[in-house]
Design a protein around this ligand. Sequence first.
Ligand SMILES: Nc1nc2c(ncn2[C@@H]2O[C@H](COP(=O)(O)OP(=O)(O)O)[C@@H](O)[C@H]2O)c(=O)[nH]1
Ligand SMILES: [Mg+2]
Length: 245
Amino acid sequence: MKTLFVIPTYNESENLPNMVDALMALPTDDLDILIVDDNSPDGTGKIADEKAEKYPGRVSVMHRPGKQGLGRAYVEGFGWGLKKGYDAVGEIDADFSHDPKSVPDLIEAVKNGAHLSIGSRYLNGISVINWPLRRIILSLGANEYVRRITGIPIHDGTSGFRLYSREAIEALDLPSVRSNGYSFQVEMTFRAHVCGCKIVEVPIIFTERRAGESKMSGNVIFESAMMPIRLRLQTRKIRKRLGKV
Ligand SMILES: Nc1nc2c(ncn2[C@@H]2O[C@H](COP(=O)(O)OP(=O)(O)O)[C@@H](O)[C@H]2O)c(=O)[nH]1
Ligand SMILES: [Mg+2]
């Protein structure tokens, strides 16, 4: 299964080189990477190019002119992956919150028939390391809120560590996805649910980023609060637009 993981980056010069090397060192066949960098002021884009040279054909880079948000980066990255003929496309952060060692589990789940596999922090209790209590509560609360309002039966619908089969991505109608940030994850999970995708959660241990700063802003939180309501109100419209898996 030809698999592409998309790594969006904005100022990840300290993390990205190690992340790329860790992914390339996995004993997994057929795993490639696309880095989508938004012209990071700290030079992440140049580091990405060096990695592409080091791993020709396996690591590619998409340079965008400025910071356009996580959701946009994934939509463009996934589109690129489909065009290149990948069988599955995934998401992973550059900052080591998502352990590259869990990538084979996500791949395995899709190989075994999942349309979407999600790296979940909340399957066996709470597997989060180095988060302050308030952030855990916020994240758990966000998931509970999303579940109540949208009805998606998923423990960690906001997780940004996941893998989609090609079939799923094609059914989800990417060009009409509007959101960024966490709500991008929720919007995509909702669409997958509405489409009838088989969604499998895989347990992961999430660790607070190794270096650098989080880019999540107040805007992103506001968007995330509104999105579940919008999804619920527009369920019928969304269903009409989507394909079937
Ligand atoms: N290309 C791109 N990447 C972004 C943007 N915002 C965040 N990222 C990357 O997306 C990933 C997740 O963002 P992060 O700040 O770690 O969010 P958090 O883990 O929720 O705090 C990281 O690899 C970031 O560098 C953006 O606007 N554009
Ligand atoms: Mg992070």
